[in-house]
Design a protein around this ligand. Structure first.
Ligand SMILES: [Fe+2]
Length: 191
């Protein structure tokens, strides 16, 4: 994405400065696509909704996003699946993976807290947790296990890119014996 393609309104909006800065670093692959879409508020602002009962999600079709993308940058992601998610304060996911999909997500508004589990050897897995403010992007490989929550006062919006398409997710809990799988969910139905 060229910054020259962004409207003056986007470039001059202080709330979007972190996203513009992230785009300027020219990330690659799924992260590039997530940032390119997150900074295009004209794409996602008219579409988003919020739900008190549960997180709100929408699948963006290729035709929805094509006008916002530079094909030379994103050709390898032609089959990627793109979700728009919103998070009211207190809303979050269970601990989950993305099956064999890799991808990236970008925080388009607000702040999300991500808990990441590094499972490996015996015993309790190592956990890390960090806040992701507007403009932050996380890339992940297959079988990455994390939990994402909005612990802040402001509603949050994020753009998620999965390649290949997300088909199944597993949920987990952590105990002293390790990472325990607790369920299997079909993509897009419940997360
Ligand atoms: Fe996830």
């Amino acid at each position: 994405m060229s910054l020259a393609e962004l409207s003056p309104a986007v470039l001059s909006d202080p709330r979007l400065a972190p996203l513009v800065a992230a785009a300027a670093t020219r990330p690659t692959g799924s992260a590039a696509l997530a940032v390119a879409l997150a900074v295009r508020t004209d794409l996602w602002e008219p579409r988003i909704g919020f739900r008190e009962e549960s997180r709100w999600t929408a699948l963006l079709e290729p035709g929805d996003v094509r006008p916002y993308l530079d094909p030379s940058l994103h050709a390898e992601l032609a089959d990627a699946q793109i979700w728009l998610l919103t998070w009211l304060p207190g809303q979050g996911t269970p601990l989950h993976d993305h099956g064999s999909s890799a991808g990236a997500f970008a925080v388009a508004r607000g702040t999300l807290t991500e808990r990441v589990i590094a499972a490996g050897g015996p015993g309790r897995p190592r956990e890390t947790e960090h806040d992701l403010e507007t403009g932050r992007v996380r890339f992940f490989g297959p079988h990455y296990v994390h939990q994402v929550t909005n612990r802040h006062a402001e509603p949050a919006v994020s753009v998620h890119v999965y390649a290949p398409r997300l088909t199944v997710m597993h949920t987990y809990r952590v105990d002293d014996d390790g990472l325990i799988r607790t369920g299997r969910e079909r993509a897009g139905v419940d997360w």
